[in-house]
Ligand binder design. Structure first.
Ligand code: C5P
Length: 222
């Protein structure tokens, strides 16, 4: 069946406070989003890449990202991803497609991680990239948590279309807004398989994240 990557890039980047949303910040003439998208277009097992972008950026992105399907996003991340899922749903009513959902601001993802998530999603219907938690995490009511049971969740997160479509429909019907896609699938009683990804696969959120990348020589100019 088909493998489609959906890159969520419709955020406004308020926490970055740059003149453009963070996914459009450039490094050596290339936007973060172009780098992220290229990681997926480089995978021979990915059949199509879609990017969900701010409505004002649709025309520009069609020029910037030839061969990538560009669609306008919504208010929240969940609205943006659902717009892509609804399009895929109309094209594949059977729902066999594997959908890889990825943040447009995680440009350092490796092909090994993308491949591992895709393979597990084929096998189990739901798989996510994550790393073991290095910090000690304290819950407001429950105190210090057992770190050996904690992961920092990343993207890509891969799902069979029939499952992720149902999870999104349920979430919207119940007005539930989560922070990732796996959280919606879990509300259906499905536990996504965890694939250990890499520490390099950070989400660029604040200017500090960019400066950190500049120190290690892969930086972007804010
Ligand atoms: O804001 P946050 O860092 O959690 O965003 C994660 C990803 O979701 C980003 O790549 C952002 O562009 C995307 N997003 C989106 N539509 C929104 C908000 C965020 O596609 N309305």
């Amino acid at each position: 069946s088909r493998v489609v990557a959906v890159i969520g890039a419709a955020g406004s980047g308020k926490r970055m406070a740059a003149s453009v949303p963070k996914q459009f910040i450039k490094q050596q003439g290339r936007t973060i989003l172009e780098t992220t998208v290229s990681k997926f277009t480089d995978c021979d097992f990915v059949d199509e890449v879609m990017a969900v972008v701010p409505p004002d950026y649709v025309d520009g992105c069609r020029k910037l990202l030839p061969g990538v399907r560009i669609i306008p996003g919504g208010e929240e991340r969940q609205d943006s991803i659902f717009a892509a899922i609804r399009q895929l749903d109309r094209e594949d009513p059977e729902g066999d497609t594997i959908v890889l959902i990825h943040d447009g601001v995680r440009p350092f993802v490796t092909q090994d991680t993308i491949r591992a998530v895709t393979e597990k999603a084929f096998e189990k219907g739901a798989a996510i990239a994550a790393v073991h938690t290095k910090d000690t995490i304290r819950h407001i009511d429950e105190g210090t948590l057992d770190r050996s049971k904690l992961y920092n969740v990343q993207t890509p997160q891969g799902f069979r279309l029939s499952l992720i479509r149902e999870a999104y429909e349920k979430a919207f019907a119940e007005k539930y807004y989560g922070t990732d896609d796996a959280g919606l699938v879990e509300r259906m009683g499905v536990v996504p398989e965890v694939v250990i990804g890499g520490e390099e696969n950070i989400k660029i959120t604040t200017p500090r994240d960019l400066r950190r990348e500049m120190r290690v020589g892969t930086g972007y100019d804010v």
